[in-house]
Design a protein around this ligand. Structure first.
Ligand SMILES: NC(=O)c1ccc[n+]([C@@H]2O[C@H](COP(=O)([O-])OP(=O)(O)OC[C@H]3O[C@@H](n4cnc5c(N)ncnc54)[C@H](OP(=O)(O)O)[C@@H]3O)[C@@H](O)[C@H]2O)c1
Length: 335
């Protein structure tokens, strides 16, 4: 049997493009005991993966070089099994190589439990998945979000950002979101943000001051750069910053820029805390319980852009980096 896989073909010359990848046909190896054959049904794409292309190994995975097959979280269906734990037809979430059919060890799979079977497959890659778990860990554990907080989320209409916004609203906080287009501002309004702005409409600090005239208590940052500087100005005394990501700085190498106004941390007694979601597995049970109950109560929903066809992965990834997604960028590999 053959499968399709997406390999990195070349390093991007600045901006990542679809032609930096190629799609190959490869044979599927034989199954051994304890393994299953899986078919990729939905693949979630992560902006942070671009940071590993030509870069060093990180906690999220090894550096990615030409010839390598990237991996990100996907929903898979078991099609053949030599495992006691899984039978054909079972669904699971897996950190999946960008390969249409693959062999997986049973220990790599996180079963999608039966009570959630009615939940759309995409939700296992958004609010219930890796982006949701990242947002929950950053917002709850490191941000310590409270109902009385005014929270600012950058990259708010993205995969992690749209979860962060909804979780902060679910605990009753006042939430401001920034994003990169008028259409995504409308999405943020629909998600219940108290104010939302397009960061292309002016200087980040002016836009933030207009949205939050009395300042903010907590900044959940996905983007870095100018928006981090603006937030440091707008944070009230004792305010907190959670550094989740810095999408505006990826691919910039030695041109990366930190905040020039970080001395505000001294005068305003601010806390700036970075985190890596992979070190927080002890929070998963609490995350699943809270998010499932918010979903049942209709307080949150899966926000995603669905792109059709396994062969569209390179285009979808380049589009994600250019801001072409609302919510999580997901490839529907069934179509
Ligand atoms: N700490 C962790 O453990 C952890 C885990 C997972 C992800 N992350 C990080 O979380 C962040 C969000 O990840 P994601 O996968 O959900 O991606 P995403 O937010 O869906 O996509 C990236 C978004 O960043 C925005 N962006 C890109 N360049 C920008 C720029 N120059 N200025 C302002 N905004 C820019 C774009 O949104 P707009 O069009 O709205 O501007 C783009 O859609 C990333 O930084 C990622 O590295 C961290």
């Amino acid at each position: 049997m053959d499968a399709h896989e997406v390999q990195l073909a070349s390093y991007p010359g600045g901006v990542m493009e679809a032609r930096n990848f190629r799609v190959n046909t490869v044979p599927v190896p034989e199954l051994s005991d304890g393994q299953v054959m899986v078919r990729l049904r939905r693949l979630g794409l992560n902006a942070g993966l671009a940071n590993r292309i030509g870069g060093p190994d990180t906690a999220y995975g090894p550096g990615i070089n030409p010839g390598d097959v990237p991996a990100s979280d996907g929903v898979v269906e078991i099609v053949e099994s030599r495992s006691e734990a899984f039978k054909p037809g079972d669904l699971a979430v897996r950190k999946s190589p960008w390969r249409s059919i693959d062999i997986a060890a049973e220990g790599e799979l996180r079963r999608i439990p039966a009570p959630e079977a009615g939940v759309a497959l995409e939700a296992h890659l958004t609010v219930l998945g890796h982006t949701g778990f990242t947002a929950y860990t950053g917002m709850m554990r490191f941000g310590g979000v409270r109902a009385e907080d005014t929270v600012y989320v950058s990259g708010a209409a993205g995969g992690v950002g749209s979860c962060a916004v909804q979780f902060a609203k679910a605990v009753g906080a006042t939430v401001i979101g920034s994003t990169g287009s008028a259409q995504k501002v409308r999405l943020l309004n629909a998600l219940g943000t108290d104010a939302a702005f397009n960061h292309h409409d002016g200087a980040a600090l002016d836009l933030l001051r207009e949205a939050a005239p009395d300042g903010i208590d907590l900044f959940y940052d996905n983007v870095g750069g100018e928006q981090l500087e603006a937030a440091l100005e707008a944070l009230r005394f004792g305010g907190r910053v959670v550094v989740c990501g810095a999408a505006s700085q990826y691919g910039k190498g030695s041109e990366r820029r930190g905040p020039s106004n970080y001395l505000r941390m001294i005068y305003q007694q601010l806390t700036l805390r970075g985190f890596d979601v992979t070190s927080n597995e002890d929070l998963r049970q609490e995350f699943e319980t809270d998010v499932a109950s918010w979903l049942r109560a209709g307080k949150i929903r899966s926000v995603h852009t669905l792109v059709g066809g396994f062969g569209q992965i390179p285009e979808a990834f380049a589009s994600l980096l250019a801001g072409g997604n609302s919510g999580r960028m997901i490839v529907d590999c069934d179509s």
